[in-house]
Design a protein around this ligand. Structure first.
Ligand code: ZN
Length: 151
């Protein structure tokens, strides 16, 4: 557990400092905002999905705590190239992982680097930080039309 905790800190710090896919995606056809008022995390998620329902590109912008940023960074790398259905099942799996009891074994198989977020289980207050990007991605993908914008 100590190793995982160390890795957790390391990965979060690194991705917070240098987030992957941290930019506006100009040719996005799905977009959604995510907001976690408990912590003050805000982000916008951009995705380009092709006609076969494959998520070709995912990026994000925004500001928030290290966990929300690192989670968005790792998630965007993780879901790229997957189908919408796979992304949904990944989210279910990830959500189960971060909300499971810290005393139970972490079910991380198939989650790759996202496994380090099992560290969040010890900090229930941070679960919303860790899942914010996923909620935003889900909202973006649920939107059938073009980019949802109010202006
Ligand atoms: Zn946060």
């Amino acid at each position: 557990m100590d190793d995982l905790r160390e890795l957790y800190q390391e990965v979060i710090l690194e991705h917070n400092k240098k987030p992957r896919n941290f930019r506006v995606l100009n040719d996005a056809n799905h977009e959604a905002d995510g907001h976690n008022p408990l912590c003050g995390d805000e982000l916008t998620l951009y995705a380009r999905v092709n006609s076969d329902d494959i998520v070709e590109e995912v990026t994000f912008q925004g500001s928030g705590c290290a966990i929300s940023k690192a989670s968005a960074s790792l998630m965007t790398d993780f879901v790229k190239g997957k189908s919408i259905r796979e992304v949904q099942s990944d989210f279910d799996h990830f959500h189960e992982l971060v909300t499971s009891s810290p005393s139970s074994p972490a079910e991380t198989e198939g989650l790759g680097k996202l496994a380090v977020f099992s560290g969040v289980r010890e900090y229930p207050m941070r679960v919303k930080c860790a899942t914010l990007a996923w909620h935003a991605l889900q909202a973006a993908l649920d939107d059938e039309g073009d980019t949802a914008k109010t202006e």
